[in-house]
Design a protein around this ligand. Structure first.
Ligand code: FDA
Length: 476
């Protein structure tokens, strides 16, 4: 009841203050909405009807983070951990989906102030706190070299506002993944705050849990406070190409062609690529390997790796990589209504076996396909539901053309629809059972073998299921 929630909220606030944690905002207080909304990427979950947290806590130290976890527990509030807020299903700041759909009073522990990055150029490693955005990490890595023409890089996504915490937890694919694998494949150590407030490094958490946190999805294990990352070598000059083709099917791969052939609403194709080397090398490789693209010299640009990180993130300067203003710009951009993104897999990613990490999409996988649709904030309900319906029909249409038994999915592109939908029960009543989770999203994200190992790791590290969300790993 609201009264109970008030008691819990007061208990949280008292506990935080007594523990020396002062940086938090209670629901209804001035500034709460600004802080809560700050990194919400999917504005569907910012709507008034969606349950909001009783408080947002923003720890500024590791100790503050430990205290925040313990206080949330002692106040009987569910915990949502947020790093960059990019969860497609809002799992870092809502209790939507799952058995407690919209019902559990909860607190958001937001790591945005835990964003320090310490680069050790000599060993090509960095320790980075989970609340750092990818842009902040790229910026710090590039500035670790005095010339600012970095020869070290981090392999992770091109979108600079993604948080390191959620990204690595689910794998972390980006422009140099075919050369240097996923972000999670380059994790050397990590510090995990568990449900009883301990800080565990790789040795203390054990190899099963260390395996699980590198691709088993965020929000299941505890809070990863920081990651030790292997940095990768890149040449001083790289070449970016972003040609856009309209109305022609020549340069499209078969599946895109088929889709256009069906006369659905997809008539533009944009390719984005990065070649680790100068322009001549890029032109020669691309004209030999992909002549249909008809790449012109004016469409390729030479730059340093960190400049390419800014360009691929849609920013106009390297400094914007660590400026939070970029977030606002990102949110205000008006993307097209419907699109499909094809992320090329294989390459170095395929060198690991499907069980080496929870991310199993290794040898034999050509692409990840991502289906998207957007609308303006003033779109009416009918228009919104027509677009979502369109998206579901596109997904269904693609069934015969993609992986099957199971149809694979990538946990960082979390999709509650994978749980199935029962009109009377809602999407998720069944989801608490291990067998239902395994048969639906578990096998799709991880394969059955990896999912079962994740269940064992979950049962070991969080036996009270303190860290859960609609698709967190269930207990044995
Ligand atoms: P967020 O804070 O929402 O967290 C996501 C999940 O991880 C939640 O369940 C949360 O509780 C948990 N979590 C967060 N921090 C944690 C921590 N420190 N410890 C434990 N659990 C934690 N992916 C990709 O691989 N390649 C790409 O190119 C892109 N591109 C892209 C673009 C855009 C616009 C969006 C919105 C998303 C992507 N993604 C992506 C997907 C992205 O990698 C995925 O959403 C990540 O989980 C986001 O991490 P955040 O920390 O930002 O999210």
């Amino acid at each position: 009841s609201p009264r109970d929630n008030g008691v819990r909220a007061r208990s949280l606030s008292t506990c935080l203050l007594a523990s020396g944690v002062r940086n938090f905002s209670m629901a209804g207080s001035p500034g709460y909405a600004t802080i809560f909304d700050f990194s919400i990427q999917n504005l569907r979950f910012a709507a008034p009807g969606i349950r909001k947290p009783e408080a947002v806590v923003l720890p500024t130290s590791r100790r503050g983070l430990q205290r925040a976890v313990l206080c949330a527990r002692s106040a009987s509030l569910a915990i949502r951990v947020r790093s960059g807020g990019h969860s497609y299903e809002g799992q870092s700041y809502t209790v939507s989906g799952g058995v407690l759909d919209g019902k559990a009073p909860f607190v958001v522990i937001d790591l945005m102030n835990l964003n320090k990055v310490r680069v050790h150029a000599a060993s090509a490693t960095a320790w980075a706190e989970s609340g750092a955005t990818l842009g902040e990490v790229y910026h710090a890595v590039a500035h670790s070299s005095p010339s600012n023409r970095s020869s070290l890089a981090l392999t992770a996504a091109s979108c600079s506002t993604i948080g390191l915490g959620g990204h690595i937890s689910g794998g972390g694919f980006g422009p140099v993944s075919r050369k240097f694998m996923l972000a999670a494949d380059n994790v050397l150590d990590a510090l995990l705050v568990d449900a009883v407030g301990r800080v565990l490094d790789r040795r203390a958490m054990g190899e099963d849990v260390f395996w699980a946190i590198r691709g088993g999805g965020g929000g299941s294990w505890g809070v990863v406070y920081a990651w030790k990352l292997r940095l990768v070598p890149v040449p001083d000059t790289v070449t970016v190409f972003t040609p856009r083709r309209e109305g022609s099917v020549d340069a499209m791969a078969g599946l895109v062609y088929r889709w256009q052939f069906e006369d659905r609403d997809l008539r533009n194709v944009a390719f984005t690529g990065l070649v680790l080397g100068p322009k001549e090398m890029a032109m020669s490789v691309l004209n030999e390997r992909f002549p249909e693209l008809g790449l012109a010299e004016a469409e390729v640009s030479e730059m340093s790796w960190v400049e390419s990180a800014a360009r691929l993130a849609g920013l106009s300067s390297v400094d914007e990589l660590h400026q939070q203003a970029a977030i606002l710009r990102y949110l205000s951009d008006g993307p097209p209504a419907g699109y499909v993104t094809m992320d090329p897999y294989g390459g170095a990613m395929a060198r690991l076996s499907a069980t080496a990490t929870p991310f199993p999409h290794r040898a034999g996988n050509l692409y990840a396909l991502q289906y998207g649709v957007t609308w303006d904030s003033d779109a009416g309900e009918a228009s919104v539901s027509a677009r979502i319906q369109w998206l579901r029909s596109l997904y269904a249409y693609m069934t015969p053309h993609v992986s099957s038994n199971p149809r694979a999915a990538y946990v960082n592109y979390i999709d509650i629809d994978l749980m199935g939908f029962d009109e009377s029960l809602g999407p998720v009543r069944l989801a608490s059972s291990v067998s239902h989770a395994r048969a639906t999203w578990g096998a799709a994200y991880f394969t059955v073998e990896n999912f079962d190992r994740l269940v064992r790791a979950k049962t070991r590290i969080d036996p009270a299921n303190v860290f859960y969300n609609a698709q967190s790993i269930p207990l044995h």
